[in-house]
Design a protein around this ligand. Structure first.
Ligand SMILES: Cc1ncc(COP(=O)(O)O)c(C=O)c1O
Length: 390
């Protein structure tokens, strides 16, 4: 028998694969996993095809195609007024996934503490474990009758940070709650940073999807925080192209140098023609500017449809996810509710409890489900019709 002593004994298939599988079996509409059911812009597809036709179709530089790093540099300056050196501070990665993984593996040492905010995207904790670190999970304040959204508990975050803290992982706009950062949040973060010496990993995969005319503010937009911050983002959600797995990280030179040491052995480099195609497309389009309006319409369509159902929407400030309160359907746990809805109504969702350290715990079960509205209007309408029949 081979000795397969697991480094991650508690890790199972993700809830996203589990619910997508159940959705397929039950022929349900899949509002669970976060991906669009429409194509990227035709101009982008043309630019990528053109890059494949004309080449090069060989290895890209380890740090990314220079034209794409330049586009990222210009985009970060335009949106966050934050300057990174194109050659030393910006690295193109295989999705945000690889940027996050390489960063955690490069920066966290055995015994280090890493503070995560619950509910948390499922990647962070297993990678912290692989790095030998210890995850310290701090809860967001759940919604109440008066406030129909989660809020960030800066006092609790401050209490969790101490001399052993190596990294604070932030993810705003936040998956799954849709909460965005405000300038006052950055004030609170600066206060904490002035007292403790820790690094910040800021996962900004949904940076361009923010509603009601608000704008995404990155911790890297504050000079005091930028010196200790790794800004991670992705073109997956921004360009409706989750399959392409192109992301990036921006960090001061000394931090980038360490991240690149892991990146070069994890993937070496990321596929050349898609990088070239994205760079060519983004140089000549303003499409990113209309993304928030595009998704706000979809959010509003879903919210207004859900009024005819027993699922009560919370408020989403950003991302393409909407949380719904399912208490009117009875006292199930969130997981039971999600399975019930997939089988009985034919609509797959994700239980928010899956984003907590212990998804069985009563503290993780607020009767909330996550719905993805990156879907064609016809898909959203069909899902609402099924849910109204419950
Ligand atoms: C918060 C968050 N971070 C990172 C990722 C991964 O992004 P990518 O597909 O670019 O690897 C996702 C994807 O769903 C996400 O929701």
């Amino acid at each position: 028998m081979t000795n397969t002593k697991s480094k991650l004994p508690l890790v199972r298939d993700t809830i996203f694969s589990e619910m997508s599988h159940l959705a397929q079996q039950s022929k349900a509409i899949n509002l669970g996993q976060g991906f669009p059911d429409y194509q990227p812009d035709q101009e982008l597809l043309n630019a990528v095809c053109q890059a494949i036709q004309s080449g090069p179709n060989q290895y890209a530089p380890m740090t990314g195609v220079p034209a794409l790093r330049q586009v990222i540099h210009d985009k970060v300056i335009a949106h966050q007024a934050c300057h990174y050196d194109v050659d030393t501070d910006i690295t193109v990665t295989s999705g945000a996934t690889e940027a996050l993984t390489s960063t955690i593996l490069a920066l966290v040492h055995p015994g280090d503490e890493v503070v995560l905010i619950d509910p948390a995207y499922d990647l962070y904790e297993p990678v912290v474990t692989l790095a030998g670190g210890q995850s310290i999970r701090v809860g967001m304040i759940p919604p109440t009758e008066k406030k129909h959204s989660f809020s960030i508990d800066w006092d609790a975050i401050s209490d969790a940070i101490n001399s052993k803290t190596r990294l604070l992982i932030l993810n705003f706009p936040h998956n799954p709650t849709g909460v965005i950062l405000q300038e006052k949040d950055l004030d609170a973060l600066e206060q904490i940073a002035s007292r403790h010496d820790f690094l910040i990993l800021s996962d900004e995969a949904y940076e361009h999807i923010v509603f009601e005319g608000e704008r995404h503010v990155s911790p890297a937009s504050r000079p005091m925080l930028a010196t200790r911050c790794v800004l991670v983002s992705s073109f997956a959600k921004t360009l409706h192209a989750t399959a392409w797995k192109i992301g990036y990280c921006c960090a001061p030179t000394d931090i980038s140098k360490e991240i690149r040491k892991v990146h070069q052995y994890a993937v070496y480099s990321v596929n050349t023609p898609i990088q070239m195609g994205i760079a060519a497309y983004l140089k000549q389009t303003q499409a990113i500017r209309s993304l928030s309006a595009f998704y706000q319409k979809k959010r509003d369509r879903l919210v207004s449809g859900l009024h005819s159902t027993k699922l009560k929407p919370l408020h989403a400030e950003g991302t393409f996810f909407l949380l719904v309160d399912a208490r009117e359907l009875g006292g199930f746990s969130e997981k039971e509710l999600a399975v019930f809805l997939t089988r009985q109504a034919g609509v797959a969702t994700i239980p928010v409890s899956a984003f907590y350290a212990d998804s069985q715990s009563p503290n993780a079960n607020h009767h909330l489900l996550r719905l993805c509205f990156a879907k064609q209007d016809t898909t959203l309408d069909a899902a609402v019709e099924r849910l109204s029949g419950l």
